[in-house]
Design a binder for this molecule. Structure first.
Ligand code: UT7
Length: 332
């Protein structure tokens, strides 16, 4: 019998209804639709509004939809991992809250934080529990309410982020489908360029931290951009070479959606034409852990059993990585 791999057997996404357009930003900060579009490729993003509405709202909607469309009972789920940088609260884990909301009882569930690469890290972590035969049904949720940590007076950073996410069901396959290979990396020297200064144990919340606006995302766009372009492209090419894949063998590139220019550079380095690249940054912006599941959800009806898919991401940490996935099902 061939090796047991973790196959994606379902995907469901969810974004809130409210939309923040580039022309809305023109009224909030000194910017233009043209600047945002040419520098990032973004036209609009979805924003989750309302009191006590955290990332678990996004995750819960995505998981409920996933269970329904795959005909899975909540009690069948063995493990749920939620990749997020915007948990509802420091503890308990948002994964626990989502599980509870969806009727997933007694399953092993936890949050994973690897900034924008979190969903990739979570997929690989989940796959190990399946490959080892420990679990049969695992859900990976990638979701973020970035609007909760965006400083809407910071024109260089605020314009790229949006809210949303999705959930993937992973199950064992011994037919050669599923996660074939992965490369995950990190370099903590990247911390100064992209982080949230206060609210953690090194600098707990205080009047001073609030007045200094230290609970928002701090990003130095240009250095992050340079690292992202190099590392995301390197790691996407590396996984192709490691698995003897030519650009013709690759059916789809699923890149983290942080900036259209980073996506284009990655695709160019891989030699993959734009028709094979999933791009939805124009309508969602950068949803951090939501980007990869939202792409797969949007493209689900175009994916075919056996498609070779390369997922690639880069984010704060720095963290980055790629996954080689063989798609397991035709459109239903
Ligand atoms: O997902 C996790 C990882 N994050 C990323 O991958 C993000 C990577 N970085 C980026 O995508 C880009 O750096 C940004 C989109 C964030 C910024 O674009 P940029 O081309 O790097 O702009 P910049 O920060 O270098 O600023 C260039 C100029 C500056 O003006 P001067 O100093 O040249 O006069 C900025 O003040 O553009 C100005 N600027 C803006 N102008 C109009 C910055 N933001 C804006 C804006 N509208 N929103």
């Amino acid at each position: 019998m061939s090796k047991i791999r973790a196959a994606v057997t379902g995907i469901h996404g969810w974004v809130p209804q409210d939309i923040l357009t580039n022309s809305d930003f023109e009224k909030m900060v000194d910017t233009t639709n043209e600047w945002i579009l040419t520098r990032t490729g973004i036209e609009e993003r979805h924003i989750l509004r309302g009191e006590n509405m955290g990332t678990s709202v996004i995750g819960t909607e995505a998981v409920k939809g996933l269970l329904e469309k795959t005909g899975t009972k909540p009690e069948e789920i063995d493990l749920l991992i939620c990749a997020t940088v915007t948990p509802d609260m420091q503890f308990p884990a948002t994964a626990n809250i989502i599980s509870h909301n969806c009727g997933i009882k007694n399953a092993f569930s936890f949050d994973l934080n690897a900034a924008c690469s979190g969903t990739l890290y979570a997929l690989v972590t989940a796959s190990k529990f399946i490959e080892s035969g420990t679990y049969k049904k695992v859900i990976v949720v990638g979701a973020d309410k970035m609007s909760s940590i965006v400083d809407y007076t910071d024109r260089a950073t605020s314009i790229i982020f949006g809210d949303g996410g999705g959930a993937l069901l992973l199950e064992p396959s011994s037919d050669g489908f599923g996660i074939i290979d992965s490369i995950l990396q990190s370099d903590g020297a990247g911390m100064p360029y992209l982080h949230q200064k206060a609210g953690g144990s090194s600098k707990p919340a205080s009047l001073e931290t609030i007045e200094a606006r230290e609970h928002y995302i701090y990003q130095e766009g240009q250095p992050v951009f340079k690292f992202a372009v190099t590392n995301m492209a390197d790691v996407a090419v590396a996984i192709m070479e490691k698995n003897n894949l030519t650009s013709d063998d690759v059916a789809w590139l699923v890149p983290h959606q942080a900036n259209l220019r980073i996506i284009d550079a990655t695709a160019r380095r891989m030699g993959v034409g734009t028709e094979k690249v999933m791009i939805n940054i124009q309508k969602y912006g950068n949803t951090t852990n939501g980007t990869l599941p939202l792409c797969l959800w949007d493209w689900e009806n175009q994916l075919r059993k056996g498609d070779n898919i390369i997922l690639a991401a880069f984010g704060g940490g720095f963290t980055w990585g790629s996954v080689y996935l063989k798609w397991a099902y035709d459109p239903k």
